[in-house]
Design a protein around this ligand. Structure first.
Ligand code: PMP
Length: 406
């Protein structure tokens, strides 16, 4: 924290200077999507202004520049996560990445009698694809439950890992509770039992030092727009043997070597899974985002966000009638809460008038809401570009609007 001038870092994000309803914006919705630094915006702009062409097709200079920049972004991402570029499938985000595993890995393999294990804290993107596959294969879904702090009950999780379980898919970090799951340990236990593991890293990649190779999973999904990159970018990392064995998910150009009406020879991974023209400018922007985060150092990002989380948690705890959902020992800077006597949407709507952007609702996690017996929560999610002053102003605004609802 000490080596970085966070006020200067914040100044890299042009959007954060704007006003909303005549008030300075306090953006506390980074778990939903992150804001973008100038360098990312400039990289996208530069591509369209000076290099725009399609990738992997044309031999002309622009085509080569576009392909080099796109593949360069893949390699930056791979280096950032300590994995190989040819094991990284670029796609539109975590939702696509998880569906790719569901349709290409699970659908051809699962049978009646097989089981998939998920957890109570999953985002719908890590529930619905498995339900669709379960319906088509006759497999069943089992759910790992949480303790009262909103952490996975590991003993009960391991007890679920019986011989019929073929796959375990879980979030690295919960988008609602902020809980950081011990994915290394969990993947090790699953692997011992021959169970394939999928980790949804949407909320981990933007906030933590992330060494995917060290996680020990089979598949790891990330989404670019939450890590300062453009929307419509993301990746699936997979072990090479899985990518080699999996059939393509989407067919089209780029993913083939030779097409005849009698049959088609597919391209090598990862291109086998990247049909059609990709979000070239988006990935170039994501490459710039990775450069940006690397220049800050993810350990610094993590420390900064932990300090903001501690401050916000302390201030919110002083608000009478406020309940925080999720008090995991290891937690990311996401705070779900409710205030007695106030609906989540009403609070969020009134806070918006004060310039504060938080999310309210079910956060794409209906089963988790059922667990806590609520229909919705408010969620303040912080990032390194937020400030301690914003934390104070947010809590002051919350106290003010809460009086209006009493
Ligand atoms: N999983 C988690 C834990 C998430 O927070 C999100 C985004 N809110 C997703 C999956 C889906 O990501 P995307 O919409 O970028 O595909």
């Amino acid at each position: 924290d000490s080596t970085i001038d966070w006020a200067r870092v914040r100044a890299d994000f042009p959007l954060l200077t704007r006003q909303v309803h005549g008030k300075p914006l306090i953006y506390f919705d980074s778990a939903n999507t992150g804001q973008k630094p100038e360098t990312v915006i400039a990289a996208v702009d530069d591509f369209y202004r000076h290099h725009n062409a399609n990738v992997s097709r044309a031999v002309h200079a622009l085509g080569t520049e576009a392909t080099d920049a796109y593949e360069g972004a893949r390699n930056k991402l791979a280096k950032f996560f300590n994995v190989r570029g040819d094991e990284l499938v670029l796609c539109s985000g975590t939702t696509f990445a998880l569906n790719l595993v569901a349709y290409s890995w699970a659908l051809p393999r699962l049978q009646p009698g097989d089981a998939i294990v998920l957890t109570r804290m999953e985002h719908h993107a890590n529930i619905v694809p498995w339900q669709l596959v379960a319906q088509r294969t006759g497999a069943t879904i089992k759910v790992a439950e949480l303790n009262e702090r909103g952490e996975l009950d590991l003993e009960r999780l391991y007890a679920l890992l019986t011989p019929e379980v073929k796959l375990l898919s879980l979030a690295h970090v919960s988008n609602v509770l902020g809980t950081v799951n011990p994915v290394r340990e969990i993947c090790r236990e699953a692997r011992k039992r021959g169970i394939v593991t999928v980790v949804d890293g949407s909320q981990a990649a933007p906030h933590r030092v992330l060494d995917i190779a060290a996680v020990g999973c089979d598949f790891y999904a990330i989404t670019g727009h939450k890590m300062s990159g453009p929307t419509g970018t993301g990746a699936l990392w997979a072990r090479r043997e899985h990518l080699a064995a999996m059939p393509p998910f989407i067919g089209g150009g780029e993913m083939i070597k030779e097409v005849r009406f009698e049959g088609t020879v597919f391209n090598d991974p990862p291109h086998k899974f990247e049909a059609g023209t990709p979000n070239i400018a988006g990935f170039i922007g994501l490459g710039a985002a990775v450069d940006y985060l690397s220049s800050l150092g993810m350990h610094n990002v993590e420390a900064r966000e932990q300090a903001l989380l501690a401050h916000a948690t302390e201030e919110l705890s002083k608000v009478e009638g406020l309940r925080i959902f999720g008090e995991a020992k290891e937690k990311a800077a996401v705070i779900s809460f409710l205030v007695e006597g106030a609906h989540a949407h009403d609070l969020a709507t009134l806070l918006d008038l004060e310039g504060v952007a938080i999310r309210s609702g079910h956060h794409c996690a209906h089963p988790l809401m059922h667990h806590f017996g609520v229909a919705a929560t408010c969620r303040a999610s912080l990032a390194f570009y937020n400030t301690h002053d914003e934390v104070e102003a947010f809590v002051a605004a919350l106290r003010k609007v809460r009086k209006l609802l009493a």
